[in-house]
Design a protein around this ligand. Structure first.
Ligand code: HEM
Length: 131
């Protein structure tokens, strides 16, 4: 059950910058190393460092911490930014499975993991742009 007295941001509950960085690092390590995630891996550049930094900056703000992405790149317009990539159910499922595994490894609080998985699921659904 979610704790209705919880007033801390997702950023604080995860454990701040260090943990958000660790989450994103794990996410791309898994994407790089897992045979079942190669569909989404291949959409990314050979060197994942740029993607890692951008996702870190975005999640920092999305978790209600410092708005690093918006300050540097402006409004995220995520759907528009994903238009160059063909994203359907399979790609969404791979991305979410990768994020779930990364959260299982890095995010300690179980209730937070489920809240975030549901929230990531909504954004990932919205990112689909092909049948
Ligand atoms: C649904 C499946 C998804 C796929 C297949 C996907 C794939 C990609 C790819 C290939 C890139 C380009 C990498 C780069 O240029 O650095 C990218 C960028 C990005 N993705 Fe995703 N993504 C998905 C979902 C998401 C979700 C759910 C989020 C946020 C919660 C997200 C956040 C971002 C951000 C912030 C960027 C950098 C955008 C930019 O500045 O161009 N993505 N994604």
């Amino acid at each position: 059950m979610p704790n209705s007295n919880e007033t801390r941001s997702h950023y604080e509950r995860i454990g701040g910058e260090e943990k958000v960085r660790a989450l994103v690092k794990r996410f791309y390590q898994l994407m790089d190393a897992s045979p079942e995630l190669q569909g989404v891996r291949k959409m990314h550049a050979a060197d994942l460092a740029g993607s890692e930094e951008k996702l870190f900056m975005f999640l920092s703000g999305w978790f209600n911490g410092p708005q690093l992405f918006v300050k540097k790149f402006g409004q995220p317009k995520l759907r528009q930014r994903h238009m160059p990539f063909a994203i359907g159910d399979a790609e969404r499922d791979q991305w979410l499975s990768c994020m779930k595994q990364a959260m299982d490894d890095v995010v300690e609080e179980e209730a937070l993991r489920s809240e975030l998985l549901a929230a990531f699921g909504k954004v990932a659904d919205f990112m689909r742009n092909k049948q």
